[in-house]
Write a protein that binds this ligand. Structure first.
Ligand SMILES: CC(C)(COP(=O)(O)OP(=O)(O)OC[C@H]1O[C@@H](n2cnc3c(N)ncnc32)[C@H](O)[C@@H]1OP(=O)(O)O)[C@@H](O)C(=O)NCCC(=O)NCCS
Length: 179
């Protein structure tokens, strides 16, 4: 699937977007590792995601090479919410507006088109990610609420708190659901 961005989203840089296939587990693992600052989980875990949640995971390719990804799913108790678990680009493609294009293309995946909210948890020290999600809310002309979610005491060992960013409601043709 190819999704072109709006004029504000550097559409001149050619990217092909597609959902993940079961065979993409290793691709997701390599992209997360390559992005630099993301927490890398086991290869098996990315295989599970690509196999069972591939419809809500996006891979961005440039000239046939995977350069970025969005790993997401719809929380079972919030079927109208699209949760972003990890988003990343290879370092040479960061800081050029492509992160925003990735999220817009991810939201346009067939499995996500009914979603009226976007959520993600973002650590307080991740300024790039904070800026990205606030920018997404501006691009979608909607709100971005930030509230406590995974507090530091919930982690087994030293880990910063991960507040929840909740973006929406999104204007997608149907009356907004609160989830
Ligand atoms: C986070 C990431 C996906 C953002 O994509 P990007 O293409 O670099 O970001 P964009 O160019 O689309 O910029 C989006 C916003 O983030 C800001 N931003 C981008 N990189 C930033 C950085 N390193 N520090 C602070 N802000 C940053 C931009 O200024 C922009 O905000 P603005 O519109 O208010 O100016 C990308 O930088 C990345 O892969 N980082 C490593 C992995 C990571 O940390 N992922 C997020 C955690 S899940």
């Amino acid at each position: 699937m190819t999704v072109s961005g709006s004029t504000t989203l550097t559409p001149s840089f050619p990217l092909v977007f597609r959902s993940a296939r079961p065979a993409d587990g290793a691709t997701l693992w390599r992209l997360v590792q390559g992005a630099g600052t993301l927490e890398l989980n086991s290869q098996y875990f990315y295989l599970l995601l690509a196999t069972d949640f591939g419809d809500t995971c996006l891979i961005a390719e440039h000239e046939g090479e995977a350069v970025g990804m969005v790993i997401g799913y719809q929380p079972p108790r919030e079927p109208h919410t699209a949760f972003v678990w990890q988003v990343g680009l290879l370092p040479e493609h960061q800081g050029k507006g492509l992160g925003l294009r990735l999220l817009m293309a991810w939201l346009a995946l067939p499995a996500n088109t009914h979603c009226q909210w976007v959520t993600a948890t973002v650590a307080d020290d991740n300024t790039a990610s904070q800026a990205l999600f606030k920018r997404l809310a501006r691009e979608l002309e909607t709100g971005c609420e930030v509230r406590p979610h995974f507090t530091a005491d919930l982690f087994a060992h030293d880990h910063p708190a991960e507040p929840l960013y909740r973006i929406g409601p999104l204007a997608r043709g149907a009356p907004a659901r609160s989830d």
